[in-house]
Write a protein that binds this ligand. Structure first.
Ligand code: FAD
Length: 291
């Protein structure tokens, strides 16, 4: 189903999940068993990330096509501007169109390994705003974009820049935005108020990262600029080597965060699953009265 139709017809908040394309046969097997388990909770859509290199990029296409054909779930393919010219992106989009994939999460992407900063290739795009405008010209695509309630690490003007660019993403044709993960809901509520004041009307869907391995989340957060608040450090650090305890606390905290967001009218929740279904299903179970 097209994302715009999912958004327009929703009479309750959307619960969605993100996966990455596995690199091994075992990982692939795990992905399909997670998706099978998730069918029971019927996520509004499943998004699949897009890597920096050629082979992982091909995997995204293969996986979204199979999600569409084999599971009945609605896939959203992430797409970045990294390493591709406008012509190459146009060719990939034509393949998506032919395969009946019409939901794209349009991103700039990060600098590939070994490069200090993102550089557009000749004939490519420098920002997600440009990719969104291009996608809109292709017709037929429903477009999601990314946004950063705590500010994108490269945004020189802080969150104000991110709000300005989110408005441009909306004006260029994005149907909804999914946020970088955050742990303090007040940050999201402040960001949402500022977006409202800036004339941003598209649904801003909070991205939720259930903590399953605290050291891993600390590492991710240092790369993507997400803030780990002192209270989370205090709770997780003493138990960080007991993965079962971390997982249980991670689920409890994420469910509490999700409940508070839904009670404050968040239009949906997008769970960063890290290709695991257990936490996602447990969180859904605890908030299903609000979904
Ligand atoms: P942009 O919105 O283009 O922003 C990049 C920087 O440029 C920001 O600092 C912004 O302030 C600035 N900027 C934006 N627009 C303009 C403009 N028009 N003029 C001047 N400056 C501008 N990465 C992947 O590689 N694959 C994925 O699948 C993936 N999925 C993601 C999903 C979500 C929900 C999120 C939140 C992030 C995801 N990322 C993914 C990470 C993302 O690629 C990085 O955060 C990347 O650094 C920025 O991408 P963007 O689309 O937000 O970029």
């Amino acid at each position: 189903m097209k994302l715009s139709d999912i958004l327009n017809s929703a009479d309750k908040p959307l619960f969605s999940c993100e996966f990455f394309p596995p690199r091994t046969d075992k990982g692939e097997e795990n992905l399909w068993s997670c998706l099978k388990e998730l069918q029971a909770i019927n996520p509004a859509y499943i998004s699949v990330t897009y890597g920096a290199g050629g082979t992982t990029q091909d995997r995204t296409k293969g996986i979204v096509s199979r999600i569409k054909d084999k599971t009945g779930l609605s896939p959203v393919a992430h797409l970045t501007c990294v390493g591709a010219s406008k012509t190459q992106l146009g060719e990939l989009l034509a393949e998506y169109k032919a395969a009946g994939i019409n939901n794209i999460l349009a991103l700039r992407g990060d600098a590939p390994e070994g490069m200090n900063s993102f550089e557009a290739v000749a004939g490519g795009f420098s920002y997600a705003t440009d990719l969104i405008a291009f996608l809109r010209e292709q017709g037929d695509f429903s477009i999601a974009c990314a946004t950063y309630p705590e500010g994108h690490p490269e945004s020189k003007g802080g969150v104000a820049d991110d709000i300005r660019y989110l408005k441009m993403k909306q004006d260029n044709g994005a149907d909804c935005a999914i946020t970088q993960y955050f742990f303090d809901n007040d940050t999201f509520f402040r960001f949402r108020d500022q977006c409202d004041a800036a004339g941003i009307t598209l649904p801003i869907i909070p991205g939720i990262m259930p903590v399953g391995n605290f050291e891993q989340i600390v590492r991710f957060s240092s790369m993507c600029g997400a803030v780990i608040p002192a209270w989370l450090h205090e709770k997780m650090t003493p138990i960080q080597h007991d993965l079962d305890a971390v997982k249980a606390l991670g689920i409890e905290l994420a469910a509490k965060q999700c409940r508070e967001l839904l009670e404050a009218d968040a239009p949906g929740l997008h769970i960063y699953t890290l290709n695991k279904s257990e936490a996602t299903i447990a969180i859904h179970q605890q908030i299903k009265d609000l979904l």
